[in-house]
Design a protein around this ligand. Structure first.
Ligand code: KG4
Length: 340
């Protein structure tokens, strides 16, 4: 009998549901929330309300598009955390209710594991490549920046992580400061393509080991632009593309330095990336270039699997299910990683 897993994701501002059958993706439905755009960031209460509106149609659509019947689902995987508590509560409560109604087991998933395992999602009629264990995953998003050694689908070691801000926050800050809107990453990414990455220099943080820091470079960007604007009020407007290109390059340099160090220290040459920032075109090409130079085998998730999506929750949930894990109906969501 095939394992059919329904995945539900609601950790931040995307409501998503997906169905996989024995690891093959049958459907992946996503409703994004435009309501936050006006505020320049995600407003938790508005996110929870939008999830409440979206969750039923999104899950129904995922089931219909997959062509399976609800009663044939083997297990329901859902994001338990980390994320916004109110948002997680909607997905978790819905998953619990559906599990009870259908008499199916529940499997909780750590959202970050979803990003780490995104390369294992198979798609019908598409060639599939997945890393061999152990591999290194550069996990970069709005809330995390980590280098993870993945020993098996369910065994991880965090080799390094940010000691302050996540790299996604630095992208978002850069965009906000220049009035380019939220989320910042995609806008900075596209402007950077038209700019000169060598025009401006930003100081690199000196953090020991494999840890990261992004708060200093965020602040140095603010001071740099403020000082330049004092001399020329049009500085930012005139140099938008070069600022984005130079800042993005500085962030990528920081990420890559530690990743290269981690690969050298561990001798691991299977390299993956995951999380929202892994959609960044500059980072993707750098990983590939370094990979060619250093003999790495690199795995980049498709764009649709880089940001929050339920396909990755379903695949991670499947691994937990195969491992015999089941989550009781008394489960509550948790907002912080340390609580998981
Ligand atoms: O994993 P994710 O969707 O969500 C959470 O962290 O919860 O990551 C969102 C982050 C945001 O900071 C966003 O600006 C960033 O990913 N991001 C990007 C790009 N697309 C999204 N950063 C750089 N370049 C991109 N193309």
């Amino acid at each position: 009998m095939a394992d059919i897993i329904l995945g539900i994701e609601s950790s931040c501002d995307d409501t998503s549901a997906a169905i996989i059958r024995d690891g093959v993706l049958l459907s992946n439905v996503l409703a994004s929330q435009d309501v936050h755009k006006a505020y320049g960031g995600v407003i938790p209460e508005l996110a929870s309300r939008a999830h409440q509106l979206n969750i039923v149609p999104v899950v129904s659509e995922a089931i219909v598009r997959s062509g399976v019947r609800a009663e044939d689902i083997t297990a329901i995987a859902f994001t338990r955390g980390p994320g916004l508590l109110g948002s997680l509560l909607v997905g978790t409560s819905f998953a619990k209710g559906l599990a009870l109604a259908l008499g199916k087991p529940l499997v909780e998933v750590n959202h970050l594991q979803g990003h780490i395992l995104a390369n294992f999602i198979k798609q019908p009629d598409k060639e599939h490549r997945a890393p061999e264990f152990p591999y290194l995953c550069l996990l970069v998003s709005g809330g995390n920046s980590q280098i993870v050694k993945v020993n098996s689908p369910l065994e991880y070691e965090i080799l390094g992580q940010t000691i302050d801000d996540a790299v996604g926050e630095a992208f978002d800050k850069c965009s906000k400061m220049m009035g380019l809107g939220y989320p910042g990453g995609p806008v900075v990414d596209s402007l950077a393509k038209q700019g000169d990455p060598l025009r401006f220099k930003f100081a690199k943080p000196h953090v020991p080991g494999l840890d990261y820091s992004f708060s200093g470079i965020k602040t140095s960007l603010l001071y740099f632009v403020r000082d330049q604007m004092a001399l020329d009020p049009d500085f930012m407007e005139k140099n938008k593309a070069d600022i984005c290109a130079s800042f993005q390059k500085a962030l990528i340099d920081i990420l890559m330095d530690k990743l290269i160090k981690a690969a050298k220290q561990t001798g691991i040459r299977q390299i993956t990336i995951g999380g929202g920032v892994s959609a960044n075109s500059g980072l993707r090409s750098r990983i590939q270039e370094e990979g060619l130079r250093r003999g790495w085998t690199t795995f980049l998730p498709e764009f649709k699997f880089t940001t929050d999506n339920a396909a990755m929750i379903a695949i991670a949930g499947w691994f937990h299910y195969l491992n015999g894990e089941r989550t009781p109906l008394s489960v509550a969501p948790v907002s912080r990683l340390a609580e998981l």
